[in-house]
Design a binder for this molecule. Structure first.
Ligand SMILES: [Zn+2]
Length: 157
């Protein structure tokens, strides 16, 4: 049975760990750029502000995005995975992992500020992103070091 299924899957869909990491980082950079543009360009903010509507940040808020945002994020993921030659299976795995992380980022968790916040996007870091009283920061969806690299990281308040 497994052999029959493998025969149906083209050899180009094989995924190595290096390809998975490369795809993950490429997607992270693409999503960072799109998310940052959503905050910088007024015509994009018109759609993204729906996600930033006033109110507490809760797990389901991660899924509350305008269809234009969803399309732009999907385009960014597709372009980034294609650019690094990732297979559709790799792209699907990256998307599923990111959607799960998005739920955690928006969850109402008591997440103390730690050194982890400097390297990974955590609920505390992302709550800072949703803080309306503070300048926009922390755009990276998973890897906080991307924000540190581009000077947009801010500690939790
Ligand atoms: Zn945002």
């Amino acid at each position: 049975m497994v052999r029959a299924v493998r025969a149906l899957v083209p050899a180009t869909t094989a995924t190595s760990a290096a390809q998975l990491v490369l795809a993950f980082v490429a997607v992270e950079l693409a999503l960072y750029a799109v998310h940052r543009a959503m905050h910088a360009a007024p015509w994009l903010w018109r759609f993204h502000r729906w996600h930033h509507a006033p109110g507490p940040v809760r797990w389901h808020r991660g899924w509350r995005i305008h269809p234009v945002d969803a399309a732009l994020f999907a385009l960014a993921v597709t372009a980034a995975t294609a650019a690094v030659g990732a297979s559709p299976f790799t792209a699907a795995g990256v998307i599923v992992a990111r959607r799960a992380w998005t739920l955690a980022l928006h969850a109402d968790l008591r997440w103390p500020a730690t050194l982890v916040d400097h390297w990974l996007a955590t609920p505390a870091i992302h709550r800072r992103h949703h803080d309306e009283a503070a300048p926009a920061a922390n755009f990276a969806p998973t890897l906080a070091w991307v924000d540190r690299l581009f000077g947009t990281w801010a500690p939790p308040r």
